[in-house]
Design a protein around this ligand. Structure first.
Ligand SMILES: Nc1nc2c(c(=O)[nH]1)N[C@H]1C(S)=C(S)[C@@H](COP(=O)(O)O)O[C@H]1N2
Ligand SMILES: [Mo]
Length: 161
């Protein structure tokens, strides 16, 4: 039996893909980030770089935005690819195990050096937890990140972030 996938990747790519936990673990060593706390002391675990995923799926030149979808809590961000392509990663493992719910698992997107929430397209809110679908688009896609202090405070109240 095939392992259940944890992340679906499609849109402007040559090879739409569904990745399981073991697929992540088997991605080439050159794209693995062992111990993300070396990059951001606030974060734990192991990751695969966004660049690794871009290579795997064969991202098309038309792709300018990265859609990060979390069905679990209906949270979505559409982030410009260029400013993050060499620094973002997908955290998928902590201490050898799949990332737990409370850590934003099974897959958590992470961009080091983000702006404060709702101040920029690349902000802390773009560090989407529970990502189950990544979609590359030519134009900015669906995004329901908070747009002001009130919406942001409400989100944190709701989700005990
Ligand atoms: N799926 C999902 N991802 C999310 C959010 C959310 O509500 N749902 N909140 C965002 C916000 S506003 C912040 S500040 C960070 C909080 O991450 P942390 O709980 O790991 O500190 O997650 C971001 N990613
Ligand atoms: Mo936030």
């Amino acid at each position: 039996m095939n392992a259940p996938f944890v992340l679906k990747i499609d849109g402007e790519v040559e090879r739409p893909t569904q990745l399981s936990f073991s697929d992540f673990a088997e991605i080439d060593q050159s794209f693995q980030v062992v111990d993300v706390s070396r990059i951001d002391p606030q974060r734990q675990g192991d990751a695969v770089t966004l660049n690794g995923v871009l290579q795997l799926v064969g991202v098309k030149p038309a792709a300018r935005y990265l859609g990060l979808h979390a069905a679990r809590d209906d949270f979505h961000a559409s982030v410009p690819l260029e400013p993050i392509r060499d620094r973002a990663f997908f955290i998928y493992r902590v201490a050898g195990q799949a990332l737990a719910d409370k850590q934003g698992g099974p897959i958590r997107f992470y961009i080091p050096d983000f702006a404060e929430c709702h101040t920029d397209e690349v902000d802390e809110c773009a560090n989407v937890k529970f990502v189950d679908h990544v979609e590359f688009t030519a134009e900015r896609g669906f995004d329901n990140r908070p747009e002001d202090d009130q919406e942001h405070a409400d989100l944190h109240d709701r989700s005990d972030n």
